[in-house]
Design a protein around this ligand. Structure first.
Ligand SMILES: [Zn+2]
Length: 392
């Protein structure tokens, strides 16, 4: 399962039409194949990443020609958002469309046990078949109930494989893969899944201070599909990010066509060096809507101040321009960003930065030749009264 990361030069030229790469096929006892032999050439070379709107939190469904994986099943439950209902409706519609997948997730990943990432794990476990599961092995945190439920299910269900990933097991430069981390082998394009970061060992920890922050034990995932690449850093924070950069220095492991903004677009979820190392063509932020009546509640975008203006600006500077996925060209679109907790202002975004809190569900469709198309649930980004009142 060893691999060499693709040297991905993200440029407009690259994105408009290199020949599809045909990775060599792998054999695996747990491989998944499409039930229909009539998949069109387009469908067989398409990966869709569904950034599902669950309010403040993450739930990211990755759809391949022959399988699906889910990264986190979190969300907000408040007066404004019922993330369980939103996630369930989305997954039901998905499996209704993809009947060939038989309500099965080939892989279910929890980045870390906080409830904005695990709140709806019991619902997912009760409704869908899980073949493989990954987490960071911890059993503490606001969302421990979801992570422990996953670990318990894996113990009871003989058909489900589980692996806890520790950072000490993750090789420098290449990341970690294997039959549980990457159980998906589609016929035409074989997705390649690897974990770049995991639970930091607390005994003899190489970075004891960094290990004190639970977010810094987040699994970091890299997914390659032909020339398309996606990087998800969970809620990894700024003091762990330099160690991540050091671990993969001199490689293209962190370079990705699409990036799920770290820590919901929080001020501490990105650094200039990481933004430059990823240099994405597309960024999607998973966070909740800044709503007036959410004031005073916990675990919502309003109280946290997500996404921070500094994070969005830093990403915009580091992103490569790609006209096919920009936001209304030179004009851009007005969105709501935070200058601090409960302090929102409007900002015009021209680069292809999308967010579940602005756009509802965001679906990025990648062809294996590297082209990207983005569709959003809402026709225009929502900005909200609070944001309007604070225009700067
Ligand atoms: Zn989070």
């Amino acid at each position: 399962m060893g691999r060499t990361f693709l040297t991905v030069a993200v440029s407009a030229l690259f994105l408009v039409g290199c020949a599809s790469q045909q990775p060599s096929k792998r054999t695996s006892a747990k491989s998944f194949s499409p039930t229909s032999a009539t998949l069109s050439a387009a469908a067989a070379s398409t990966m869709r990443v569904h950034f599902i709107n669950v309010g403040q939190g993450d739930a990211t469904l990755i759809e391949f020609p022959c399988a699906a994986m889910l990264v986190d099943a979190g969300g907000e439950t408040s007066h404004d958002v019922n993330s369980g209902a939103l996630l369930m409706a989305y997954l039901e519609a998905f499996f209704d469309r993809r009947k060939d997948l038989n309500r099965t997730l080939a892989l279910f990943v929890l980045t870390h046990p906080h409830k904005d990432h695990t709140l709806n794990v019991p619902m997912v476990l009760s409704r869908y078949k899980i073949r493989n599961a990954l987490d960071n092995g911890l059993r503490k945190g606001s969302g421990r109930f979801g992570q422990v439920a996953l670990q318990t299910k894996a113990k009871q269900d003989a058909s489900m494989q589980y692996r806890a990933v520790r950072l000490s097991q993750v090789p420098n430069k290449t990341g970690l893969t294997g039959p549980i981390i990457d159980p998906i082998a589609c016929n035409r394009i074989d997705p390649r899944i690897s974990v770049l970061w995991g639970q930091i060992d607390k005994i003899n920890s190489p970075f004891p201070k960094i290990a004190k922050e639970p977010n810094n034990h987040s699994l970091v995932l890299r997914i390659e599909f032909g020339k398309a690449t996606v990087l998800l850093t969970g809620d990894l924070e700024h003091n762990a990010i330099p160690e991540l950069l050091k671990k993969y220095s001199g490689t293209d492991a962190l370079r990705a066509m699409a990036f799920q903004a770290g820590h919901h677009g929080s001020a501490n979820g990105i650094t200039t060096k990481l933004a430059n190392a990823v240099s994405p063509s597309l960024t999607v932020i998973s966070m909740g809507p800044p709503l007036a009546r959410a004031q005073g509640r916990v675990f919502n975008a309003w109280d946290f101040g997500h996404p921070r203006r500094s994070h969005v600006s830093l990403l915009a500077k580091a992103m490569s321009s790609e006209k096919s996925i920009d936001r209304k060209g030179e004009k851009g679109v007005l969105v709501c960003v935070a200058n601090g907790q409960r302090k929102f202002v409007m900002r015009r975004v021209k680069k292809p930065i999308y967010a579940t809190g602005w756009d509802g569900n965001v679906v990025a469709t990648f062809r294996s030749n590297g082209s990207i198309k983005v569709t959003t649930q809402f026709r225009k980004p929502t900005v909200g009264r609070l944001c309007r009142s604070g225009i700067s």
